[in-house]
Design a protein around this ligand. Structure first.
Ligand code: NAD
Length: 419
């Protein structure tokens, strides 16, 4: 993994690349390439042994021209200002590409949650929720899960907010458990949109997805669900998967659901009995497969590694897994990359459905959630391909940013500048 690429600079470069094809002036672009607001705070909690510990935490509200800020909360030692700023910017263009009425935000705590007990994690999460309270709300900023956070953390944040505000406001956060106001289909939504994007991409490129070979880097929520659905719904052959413990390979197919079950039991995919071979993460990224899905963290593929990627198609489940230089190398080499802001947008799309259900106090069946999700992703895919073809754009990422940027600009211009 490249240490050099700064994700915020990557975001700015992606916006600049798209801006070359969009009618926008310098002042507008400056405004749309940096966050409107950034909270940086230090959270102090009592450890179980009575000592005190302090953790840095952030919330970036990048742009709210199209609606409330929306984006996840990440717990990871690598969380810092620039990462959070980048992730919040990617959310702006993601919500615009799938055309849901939100802006973009993102937050996180610089912590390795595995070093905390459950009680410490709860105190840290509630402390963050208290800091967030003045700037979040059902119509203001609506967080969601990201790396190392899930339903449990979302439920704690909702409960803290509602207790302090003396109200019920389930729509203040999404990705909650069903009994706390969550939506059917939310846990699977990101992996589902990755699967749908791969299906549409192969169809568009005139390739057969059935029996295609797939490698998946990162086996958490996004990666493992994508792998399972690719196998179960489309019949693709997932041959390799990895996590931070390493990678496993089986030419005949790994059994994606089995690998997830093994990881749930042992906390690692390494050692999975159905594997023929153990690989390094780098080996996995350069396997000769039809489809590569990076589903871990930013900068997984830099320009050096991009020269060795042998997959024909890359569908990004993670946010920002390619450095801009790697993107250029893959474009030159004719590898088709379908970008994060389309492919993993299922999470935020079903978060939107969760919020709609919370506001209406009326809940949908899973079939309706999946149907609506498919409609949003297929429409977004078609819009992106139309821009790519009609404007003769260099790649699908630029097409996605062109579509997103134009939607955000339109909303901004309609609202105007004040004062
Ligand atoms: P997660 O915590 O559930 O899983 C992350 C996985 O990546 C883990 O299996 C971890 O072991 C693995 N990993 C970490 N470093 C690695 C490395 N160097 N090599 C290989 N594997 C590594 O997180 P997640 O929610 O699945 O998120 C993964 C990515 O997807 C992130 O970029 C996140 O922003 C993005 N994403 C997630 C969602 C969502 O709804 N969960 C939505 C949109 C985007």
């Amino acid at each position: 993994m490249s240490e050099e690429a700064n994700p915020f600079e990557s975001l700015q470069e992606q916006i600049r690349d798209a801006a070359a094809y969009v009618d926008a002036d310098e002042g507008e672009l400056r405004r749309l390439s940096r966050p409107e607001r950034l909270l940086e705070t230090n959270l102090t909690i009592e450890r179980d042994d009575g000592s005190l510990d302090t953790f840095k935490a952030y919330r970036s509200q990048f742009n709210g021209d199209r609606g409330p800020y929306k984006g996840g909360i990440r717990y990871h030692p690598g969380v810092d200002r620039d990462e959070v700023k980048a992730l919040s910017g990617w959310m702006v263009y993601k919500t615009a590409v799938v055309d849901i009425p939100y802006g973009g935000g993102k937050g996180g705590i610089a912590v390795d949650p595995r070093t905390l007990s459950m009680a410490e994690l709860e105190r840290l999460t509630r402390s963050f929720a208290e800091e967030l309270r003045p700037i979040v709300g059902e119509d203001m900023d609506i967080p969601a899960p990201d790396v190392n956070t899930g339903q449990r953390e979302m439920n704690w944040i909702k409960d803290t907010y509602e207790t302090l505000e003396n109200t019920t406001a389930p729509g203040v956060i999404t990705g909650k458990a069903i009994d706390s106001g969550g939506s059917e289909g939310r846990v699977e939504a990101t992996g589902r949109s990755v699967m749908l994007t791969a299906r549409e991409a192969f169809d568009y490129l005139g390739k057969s997805i059935e029996d295609a070979t797939v490698a998946v880097q990162g086996y958490g929520n996004a990666g493992s669900v994508a792998a399972r659905l690719l196998e179960s719904e489309l019949g693709t052959n997932v041959v390799a998967v990895s996590d931070s413990s390493g990678a496993v390979y089986n030419e005949a197919g790994i059994d994606a659901a089995g690998a997830r079950g093994f990881k749930d039991e042992t906390d690692a995919v390494s050692g999975y009995e159905n594997a023929e071979e153990e690989l390094t993460n780098e080996d996995l990224l350069t396997l000769d497969v039809d489809l590569l899905i990076p589903a871990a963290l930013e900068n997984a593929i830099d320009d050096d590694l991009a020269g060795d990627v042998q997959a024909d198609v890359v569908v990004e489940a993670a946010n920002g897994p390619l450095t801009p230089d790697a993107d250029d190398v893959l474009t030159e080499r004719g590898v088709h990359v379908f970008p994060d802001i389309l492919a993993n947008a299922g999470g935020v799309t079903v978060s939107y459905f969760e919020w709609v259900q919370n506001r209406q106090r009326f809940y949908w069946a899973e079939e309706k959630v999946n149907e609506e999700l498919e409609r949003h992703i297929v429409d977004a895919f078609d819009g992106l391909v139309a821009a790519y073809e009609e404007r003769d754009l260099p790649n699908f990422r630029t097409a996605a940013y062109v579509v997103g940027l134009e939607r955000v600009l339109k909303a901004y211009r309609e609202g105007g500048t004040w004062p």
